[in-house]
Design a protein around this ligand. Structure first.
Ligand SMILES: Cc1cc2nc3c(=O)[nH]c(=O)nc-3n(C[C@H](O)[C@H](O)[C@H](O)COP(=O)(O)O)c2cc1C
Length: 281
């Protein structure tokens, strides 16, 4: 299943930056996840960046659970950072990710020196089941980063493809970053990721030359200098060992999300997704 999805991200042409910046791992992606979808989108974004901006530009996405306690050294490894989160904890005002982000927002993150660091945010939610709270946690992630003085990139226009009613990730007619919905609109994710990475290029995110993101239309001509070669399509093959660690099983009423790392299963009521419980085994 993963291979065709990833292969769909193969670029139609191989675009390569042809000036100065050649350092590897310029971009880091740090994500949280409970059931693997945010990791999947993080992998798509990384693959797209490496195809469009240059191979090795973006390192393997890092799960925030694995870097609690060493966030400072993690963030300082990269020139630019992309942060991603799902939304859980419906109804709460804060600590909405359901991941280790919640443990660090109002503690460890306060000690980070991110003043002026280029940062972009992406988030996942479920517009059908949580239409009044769609991707709320992305708004919280964005706000925490803003308070630390980061330079924000990649805010997107809320277009007609979104069907939610309310979202704390929406500010006026913009989302704070790239919003995806793997529950209802996974068929739109490829296009959304491609468009967003293109927007980040136009905004100067990868060149380190961007200031506050100007309107996209005004910057179309100022995209990073690129060279289109006739190199055949690059096949993006996912390493199966990096597949999300969760697996899904169904019972009559409950849908179980197995998390191998934690040795637990989260059971969500299929008729009312706000009801859930966790079993350890
Ligand atoms: C118990 C529960 C609560 C959720 N709360 C929200 C919510 O408030 N807003 C939203 O947009 N999505 C909500 N979701 C949907 C998840 O954010 C969505 O399934 C997401 O893709 C999960 O990402 P992950 O697999 O990376 O954890 C919730 C899902 C569950 C099971």
């Amino acid at each position: 299943l993963l291979l065709p999805l990833a292969a769909a991200f193969a670029p139609t042409a191989f675009l390569r930056r042809h000036h100065t910046h050649t350092e590897l791992d310029a971009v880091g992606i740090v994500f949280g996840t409970s059931t693997g979808s945010t990791e999947e989108v993080a992998d798509f974004i990384a693959a797209r960046i490496n195809s469009v901006v240059g191979s090795g530009t973006c390192s393997d996405p890092i799960c925030v659970d694995n870097v609690v306690g060493s966030l400072s050294s993690t963030f300082s490894k990269f020139d630019q950072v992309i942060c991603g989160t799902p939304t859980w904890n419906t109804g709460a005002d804060t600590e909405r990710s359901g991941t280790a982000w919640d443990e660090v927002y109002y503690g460890e993150m306060g000690d980070l020196n991110l003043e002026g660091k280029p940062v972009a945010v992406f988030g996942l939610g479920d517009q059908e089941s949580y239409g009044e709270n769609y991707a709320d946690a992305s708004g919280e992630l964005f706000d925490v980063l803003q308070k630390l003085g980061v330079k924000s990139f990649g805010q997107t226009t809320v277009d007609d493809s979104y069907v939610h009613e309310e979202s704390k990730a929406q500010r006026g007619d913009k989302f704070v970053g790239l919003m995806c919905d793997q529950a209802n609109q996974d068929d739109l994710t490829e296009e959304r990721v491609e468009k967003w990475v293109g927007q980040l290029v136009e905004e100067g995110f990868f060149s380190g030359e961007g200031s506050s993101p100007p309107p996209v239309a005004a910057t179309a001509a100022a995209a990073v200098e690129v060279e289109v070669s006739e190199t055949p399509i690059v096949q993006v093959v996912k390493d199966s060992s990096k597949a999300p660690s969760s697996s899904v099983s169904y019972e009559s009423t409950w849908k179980g999300y197995r998390n191998e790392e934690k040795g637990s299963t989260l059971w969500v009521n299929k008729d009312n997704q706000k009801e859930s419980y966790t079993t350890q085994n």
